[in-house]
Design a protein around this ligand. Structure first.
Ligand code: AMP
Ligand code: MG
Length: 414
């Protein structure tokens, strides 16, 4: 493909994304129980082996009768029929309806054979054995026919569709208890750095709380993947290798943060298992320059820089689309809008800048307010944002009042 250690050439964002996307594939489908299949993409058409509903039922309390028997019924000339049985909900009716006969029926109960219409209780005068019907009722009236919703052999849910609430309900109706779906990838999250401690501990001077693991946990959950928290690994090659090996069996992919640049402590770089397992490259984007990507024992491995804002932006731009592809999703991008900047944003020469902005709807257009000062690299500026404005390479300044493309990473109202 190319040199794994060609750390010199800068890849554009689309090139970097393509490099990753071209090497991941949808995970092999599994038959999962409905609750686990929720949110997953269906891997083959779900075809109904029965009509839905699968029996005709009454939409009213009353009597199941033959329309031909009650055709002439009116208040002045009611038609008298003999009551030969009952139809309860959830059971086969205990009688069929012949000429001159009626079966007492409850709403939702199966319509007995021989009847083609329902005379509602309101137009009937009944004793135990006889009923007088005061109104005609054409065939099919107040009957919910079998197959009204879905016919036998019809496609209930198409392959490629993500299973949301209506799909889960529809599959359950048709008795699909284990639909075939692309599973959610299990992604192991590793934080590297001698300076890191968990947020539960009080830092000594110079120590830093591991925040990247939590940013990634939430980003993974939000993308629909299953994070596996592997914790903090010191800047030690053997410790990193051991952590990776320990988690291989339960992983579809790995994300590490820290240790991918050129410093002497750059543990991911030093630890890649065999020459060529991981590819180290630089992406022409700010933030998030140095990156590693490859496969270890067949599992995708992303090595992100340690900087927390870089972690967030790299995940958005390079990892999230790949995870969605692994989940069988067709649309891999976020929604994007055109918005008008309400302040100047300066772009780094030769790189795409992803400027954190807060977008809101004005009367006729969207307005994007930068949440950062020039050059700032602080997580609080991401937290105040809901979008990343794309400032293309070569733009020295995107002036206030100009239009920019904004990637929405959360709903504008969140
Ligand atoms: P590195 O890429 O390892 O050189 O790290 C770059 C910067 O990110 C350093 O200031 C690290 O302390 C910081 N950093 C690395 N990993 C984490 C982490 N898991 N949580 C918070 N900050 C981190
Ligand atoms: Mg480090």
């Amino acid at each position: 493909m190319h040199d794994h250690d060609s750390g010199t050439g800068l890849l554009s964002v689309p090139e970097a994304r393509e490099r990753v996307l071209s090497r991941v594939a949808p995970l092999a489908p599994l038959e999962l129980p409905l609750q686990e299949a929720y949110g997953c993409v269906l891997a083959r058409d779900a075809v109904s082996d029965r009509p839905i509903p699968d029996f005709p039922s009454s939409a009213m309390d009353g009597f199941a009768v033959r329309s031909s028997d009650v055709r002439a019924a009116s208040p002045a000339h009611p038609v008298e029929l003999s009551v030969v049985g009952r139809a309860f909900i959830g059971r086969r009716p205990n009688a069929t309806v012949g000429g001159g006969e009626a079966v007492r029926i409850a709403t939702g109960a199966p319509v007995p054979a021989g009847a083609d219409t329902i005379a509602p209780i309101e137009v009937c005068e009944a004793t135990e054995e006889r009923v007088r019907v005061h109104q005609s009722s054409p065939a099919g009236k107040h009957v919910r026919p079998a197959g009204e919703d879905v016919g036998e052999g019809d496609v209930l849910v198409e392959a490629g569709r993500r299973l949301g609430p209506p799909e889960l309900g529809l599959l359950a109706t048709a008795g699909f208890s284990h639909p075939l779906v692309h599973p959610r990838p299990r992604v192991v999250v590793i934080s590297t750095g001698d300076e890191l401690i968990p947020p539960t501990e009080t830092p000594e001077y110079g120590q830093v709380h591991d925040s990247n693991a939590y940013t990634l946990f939430a980003a993974l959950r939000e993308a629909g993947a299953l994070p596996v928290m592997a914790g903090i690994v010191p800047d030690d090659v053997d410790a990193l290798k051991e952590t990776v090996l320990m988690h291989l069996v339960q992983a579809d992919a790995f994300i590490s943060s820290g240790g991918v640049s050129v410093g002497e402590r750059d543990v991911v770089k030093a630890a890649f298992f065999r020459r060529g397992d991981l590819d180290f490259f630089k992406v022409a984007m700010q933030p998030g320059m140095p990156q590693a990507f490859g496969f270890i024992e067949g599992k995708a491995f992303w090595g992100l820089p340690g900087n927390p804002v870089s972690v967030f932006v790299s995940f958005e731009m390079l990892i999230r689309p790949a995870l969605l592809k692994m989940m069988g999703r067709a649309e891999l991008g976020r929604p994007q809008i055109q918005a008008v900047l309400d302040a100047n944003v300066s772009g780094p020469r030769g790189k795409t800048q992803f400027a954190r902005v807060s977008v809101r709807r004005s009367y006729f257009f969207w307005v994007a307010s930068p949440t950062e000062n020039r050059g700032s690299n602080l997580m609080s500026t991401v937290s105040r944002a809901n979008g990343l404005a794309v400032i293309p390479p070569g733009t020295e300044t995107a002036p206030s009042g100009s239009s920019v493309q904004v990637i929405l990473f959360r709903a504008a109202e969140d």
